[in-house]
Design a protein around this ligand. Structure first.
Ligand code: MN
Length: 196
């Protein structure tokens, strides 16, 4: 990618007023050898789950209204949103009223991921897959494990998130419903809303 880190977070910073929002402004992002992912539960104008993957030193982000599924038969809408800084993976708290995304944020799952993206049977960098509109990755989270695919539909910001068929697929699980607590603090979203 030719764009600098600063430009990659331009939209993120433009939407926010620091330090009135407790969200991180973000510094120079550098991808780890094992890149991180995070899924944050966020009750803004509507409840959704933000899936974020470290790609090229920023958290490339999608808002998933229904959250991820462990059932390969489910196709979950994922709207791509602005890149977030790497520091955002640890952000849990309340975005104050009147600010962009106002409402509580909970770290629902986090861990590392491995790139599985292929083209014509060959593995390609996930950044290339992002440009092509199709990526695959293996999550090593506390709640979610296994392969997931994200595929862009047409030329829009609309993607579909699907669990791949592997040993971690499980149609009987529904962790979004049964495991609502934060993996960082054990709190629920309403507890974060009350406590800040
Ligand atoms: Mn959000």
């Amino acid at each position: 990618m030719t764009t600098g880190k600063k430009d990659m977070l331009k939209a993120y910073r433009k939407k926010r007023r620091f330090p009135e929002t407790p969200e991180p402004k973000g510094g120079k992002g550098k991808s780890k050898k094992r890149p991180v992912f995070v899924i944050q539960q966020h009750d803004a104008s509507s409840l959704h789950y933000d899936l974020r993957l470290d790609i090229g030193g920023v958290l490339v982000s999608w808002a998933v209204p229904k959250g991820p599924s462990t059932n390969p038969k489910d196709r979950r809408l994922a709207m791509q949103t602005e890149n977030h800084p790497l520091e955002y993976a640890n952000f849990e708290g309340v975005i104050p009223r009147g600010h962009y995304g106002a409402g509580p944020v909970l770290v629902w799952d986090t861990g590392t991921y491995r790139n599985l993206t292929e083209k014509d049977g060959e593995q390609i960098p996930i950044a290339h897959g992002l440009e092509n509109g199709h990526i695959k990755f293996w999550l090593e989270g506390q709640k979610l494990k296994g392969g997931y695919a994200l595929t862009r539909t047409g030329n829009s910001e609309k993607w579909l998130l699907v669990k791949m068929r592997d040993d971690e697929a499980d149609a009987r699980r529904n962790p979004v419903k049964t495991e609502p607590e934060s993996v960082l603090s054990g709190r629920t979203l309403s507890e974060i809303a009350e406590e800040g």
